[in-house]
Ligand binder design. Structure first.
Ligand code: GLY
Length: 396
């Protein structure tokens, strides 16, 4: 009798803990339904955009797709999205399409023109390697990481994001987005055993932690460093409202980027930073009820400002990963926030109907409100991180 009570007690204890650790027993995001639309949209997108050197990025005023060349920072997202559809469906048809679009990006292995080689190669070849183990992809990942490493100057301790041509009187430009490119370096360090790539990523993350953030854990968009001393010269924005404002996509890049850094290094400082960024976003009075962020947290016309769906998909995906590394309470909180974002994005305000939206999946992203460029339109990276988040959610 006594041992039976002990066993009952143990079962209750295990259950109680399972239910605090696993945040959600009922799931609210209609993943299967979303994938019906996703497959229909991307099937048509692939059929209409047959030139593999012209990557669908957004749409024009007439709703027609705008393509970009492979040296644009967004060139890896279409292939990456196709890999995620393959990941979900396991259908050879999607794998073949993903392979075709990925192979077209091969010249990027030697690209050194800007820091975004990380996005371009990791989203395409990185996913391809994860799903197929193709040894050629592995070599391309290693080459691309070495190309990215050429943009690291040990005097500054950071990867140079853009060349100075982007900004008058600048010396060494680093944007918060660059945190995302570290994943390529971490992956290449693992597959090649080249610790230099790991060290560069860590150095970049450390200096970003030190100089890119304000006391409230919001981030500047851009820091211009002294190219000799490595000290910050000025802190400003390019795509945000103002130098002092919190540009939403930048906050999402930082959240996701420091989560990657924690995953790869287990350095608690990166975890704390990611949690603090998540709290900045989730506790902000200007985060709308449906949790789809405005394009800048300080945009003056809120609530009549554009939402940025891309910032929201990046944050949702980042939160789902981050939630796995934190305390049970934070885990619940971050999972639920990501879930609310994905529920909103799966609704008619944001999810396209079949055949609309230039065959992109999500509507209403903002490229650069400040430049009146790509405002209220689909963007291929919003789709990519939505797919990633849906799969993370589905397999949680
Ligand atoms: N990485 C460029 C952007 O977020 O707009």
């Amino acid at each position: 009798m006594k041992s039976c009570n002990i066993i009952k007690g143990l079962i209750l204890f295990v259950f109680a803990n399972v239910f605090t650790i696993v945040p959600c027993s009922s799931r609210n995001v209609p993943v299967k339904k979303d994938f019906k639309i996703i497959k229909a949209q991307y099937q048509q997108m692939a059929e209409k955009n047959t030139d593999v050197n012209c990557v669908p990025r957004t749409i024009n005023k007439e709703g027609k797709p705008i393509c970009t060349d492979i040296e644009d920072w967004t060139s890896g997202f279409f292939a990456g999205s196709l890999w995620y559809i393959y990941d979900y469906t396991k259908s050879g048809k999607w794998r073949a399409e993903a392979e075709k679009r990925t192979v077209a990006l091969e010249p990027l292995r030697n690209f050194t023109g800007h820091h975004d080689i990380g996005f371009m190669v990791y989203c395409s070849f990185g996913n391809g390697y994860r799903l197929t183990g193709n040894p050629q992809y592995k070599e391309i990942i290693a080459d691309a990481a070495n190309s990215l490493a050429t943009r690291f100057d040990p005097r500054v301790g950071l990867i140079r994001s853009w060349d100075n041509i982007h900004l008058r009187d600048s010396e060494y430009l680093v944007i918060i987005d660059n945190m995302m490119n570290l994943e390529l370096l971490f992956e290449a360090a693992k597959i090649t055993g080249n610790n230099h790539l790991y060290d560069i990523a860590v150095s970049h993350a450390d200096k970003t932690l030190k100089h890119h953030y304000r006391p409230d854990f919001s981030s500047y968009h851009l820091v211009d460093y002294d190219s000799i001393t490595g000290e910050p010269r000025r802190k400003m924005t390019v795509q945000g409202l103002a130098d002092s404002s919190a540009w939403s996509r930048g906050q999402a890049w930082g959240l996701y980027g420091f989560t990657i850094c924690y995953r790869e290094t287990k350095d608690k400082r990166y975890l704390d930073q990611a949690v603090n960024i998540a709290d900045f976003i989730l506790n902000h009075p200007n985060l709308p009820e449906d949790k789809v962020m405005y394009w800048d947290f300080d945009a003056p016309g809120i609530p009549n400002e554009e939402r940025d769906v891309s910032a929201t998909t990046i944050a949702a995906s980042g939160l789902l990963e981050l939630s796995k590394y934190v305390s049970p309470d934070d885990r619940k909180r971050f999972f639920s926030a990501a879930e609310e974002m994905l529920v909103s994005l799966s609704g008619p305000d944001y999810l396209a109907k079949k055949g609309e939206n230039g065959n992109f999946i999500l509507k209403k992203s903002v490229g650069s409100r400040r430049h009146n460029s790509e405002v209220g339109v689909p963007l291929n990276y919003a789709d990519y991180y939505f797919l990633e988040a849906l799969i993370r959610y589905d397999r949680y």
